[in-house]
Write a protein that binds this ligand. Sequence first.
Ligand code: HEM
Length: 611
Amino acid sequence: DHTLVYDSYSGRVLSPGEYVEHIISNTTFWCTNEIEPCNPHEGRRVDGSCNNLQHPSVGASHTPGYHVLPVVFDGYNDSRRSCSGYELPLSRRVRTTLLLEGRLPDPQYSMLLTHFWVFMAGDILSIHDTINYVLWNTHCCGEYGWLDPDCVPIRVPDDDPVLRFSNQRCLNLTKPFTFQSTGCTGTYNPPERTVTATSVFDLSQVYGDNLEVLLTKKRLFEGGLLKYEVVEGRIWPPTLPNYAEVCLLNQPPRETRCHDVGEDSSNSILGINLFVIWMWRHHNLVAAELAAINPCWDDEKLFTVSRDINVALIMQIYYYELYPLLLGEENMIDEGLLSTSVGYRDVYDENVLPQVSLEYGFSLRWGHTIQEGIVKMYDTHGNYVKNTRIANLTLRTGYLAVDDNIDYITQGAFRQPTGNVDHAVDPDIAETGLGAMQTVADLTSDDLQKNRYLGIAPYVYYRKYCFGDNIETFDDLLQAIDVEKVELLKELYYDVKDIDLMAGMWVERPISRGRVPATLYCLNVDQLRRSIVSDRHWYERQHRPNAFTIDQLLEIRRASIARILCNVGDTVTEIQKRAFIIPGVGNEIVSCEEIPKIDLQAWADARCHSK
Ligand code: HEM
C-alpha cells in the first residue's frame, strides 16, 4: 500500500525509521498522520487530509493551527509574563472585576443561537483539555498540585466577591495539550496547541475525524444511513451499554442514554448534544429520501451525498443565517463573506492553507458571556412546562431521553431568549459551570487563564492588527472601550500592553452595525474568509470534486435552522421563520408547512430511471 506517514507538526513525510521511533515512544496518535495518496477527484475525507493537494496533512486531525499573530510565551509552555515584569493580575480577579454576575435575557437572540454556535465550535476544537482536569488531573488544587507541571489552577483572591464566603481559594485547571507536551516536537519551537478535530468545517462532531471510527462506530452500511435506534418513536444515535464512564452525570437507574458515536463531544454540553442528535437524524432523513429518489444508488453513494448535503446545509446556515446576526449582515456583505448572488462562488486559493486560527477558536469562548443558565421547557403549543439548570445537564445525555425532556427542551430552544449581550455572565456559568463535576467552576475565569496558556498575544496587538490602532496608554483605549471600563482595566493591569485579549473583548464596544465586540468581529471575519478560500471542498464551489449542480446549490441556499428543526426537531410542527431570533412581531410562530423545504429532487439521477 502507498500510504505515507506524515509528521503531524511539520507536515513532512516521515522515513520508516522515524516512524518506528514514534511507535517505540508511543507517540503515533498525536504526532503522526497516516495518509493514503491524494486523489484530486475524491470528495472530502473524514480525517481532513488531502484538502490541500500540495500539503496533504495540513488541516487534518491534530495538525497545527494558523496564527493571526505569533504566540507569546514565557519559556516552554508557560504563561505569558507581563511586559512590566510584574505578575499579571489573577484571572479570577480580572473576571470578577470586568464581568458582572447576573441574568438578563437578550431582546433578540434565542437559546438556539448559543446552542448552535457552541455546536459549531465543536466542529473545530476538542474537549481533551477539559477532560484532562476533570478526570485525569483532578489534584491541581490539592496539596502537591503546584508540583505538577501540567497544572495551572486558578487562584481565588481572599476578597473574591462570591467565594470569600466559602473556603474555596483555588479552581482546578490544566495546561492545554501542545505538540510539545505530547512529545511531537522539541521545546525549541514555540508551543503549538493540538486539537483532534479537523480544521475545516465538516461536521466533525457528527462524522468524526477518523475513517476507522466512521466505519466501525457510525455507518450502518445500508441505504447510506448512520447507525440508529428508535425508542418510543424517537430516533437516536446508538447508545453505549456502559454509559457510566462517559455520561458521568446521568442519574441512574432511569437516565441511561449515552451516545456511542466515537466522539467525546456528542455527550458533552447540551447545545452540542442536541445538534449531534438532530444532524444525525438529518443525515438519515436525507439518505432515505435520496434512496427513494435514486433507487440505483448504493450505500456508499447515498452516504457520501447525504454527508455532503448535511455539511453544506450547516455551512449555509452558519454563514447566511447565524453570523449576520452576530457580525451584521451589511458588514458581512462589505467584507465579501456573503455571496450576493445565489449562484456559485468559487474563490479557492490553494496558497491559503486549510487551517483554523488559534484566535478564532479561542474567541468563540466569548459565547460563555451570552450563555443563559436556566433552560426553560415548553410543550408543542408553547405552554411553559418546567425549567432546569444548564450546568447540570453537562455530561448527562440521559436526561434528554426521560420524561419527554428532549421535546420540551427543543421547544424551549427557539422560544426562550439566551443571555443578553452585555457585560454580565450568568451566575451558573461563572460559579458552577460544570455542575456536580467540580465544586466550583468559573468558565469565564478559565477562558482568561487559558488565554495566557495558549500564548495569545495581548489585546492591543490585535487592535493594531485589526484596526491599525496604536494603543500606548490607557487613554488611547477610549477609541475602543468606554471610559468606566478603561478605569477598571487601569485598576487591574499595570501596563496597557498587559491586557489579555479576552479581557479586552469582554469590555470593548461592539462593531458598528453588529452586536459582537469589535476585535471578536475582526478575528471571526478573518476565519470565515479563510475557510471559504482555503477549503477545496467548499460547498459553493463550482470546480470541486462532485460539485453541486446549480439546481442543487439553489436548494442548499433555501436552508434555514427552522427547516432543520421542522425536519428532525422533537415535536416541532410550528416554529418562527428566523429561529435564532425569539418569536415576536414580524417573526411569528407559523406552521412548518410555511417554512421553505429543500427539494431533493434536484439530486435525481437520470441513470436510475433510464431503462
Ligand atoms: C451550557 C453551556 C456551556 C458549558 C457548560 C460550557 C462548558 C465549557 C467548559 C467546561 C469548557 C472548558 C473550559 C476550560 O478551558 O477549562 C469550555 C470551553 C469552551 N467553550 Fe464552552 N460551555 C458552554 C457554552 C458555550 C458557548 C455558548 C460557546 C460559544 C458559543 C462556548 C464555547 C467554548 C469554546 C470555544 C471553548 C474552548 C474549547 C477549546 O478550546 O478546546 N461554550 N466550555
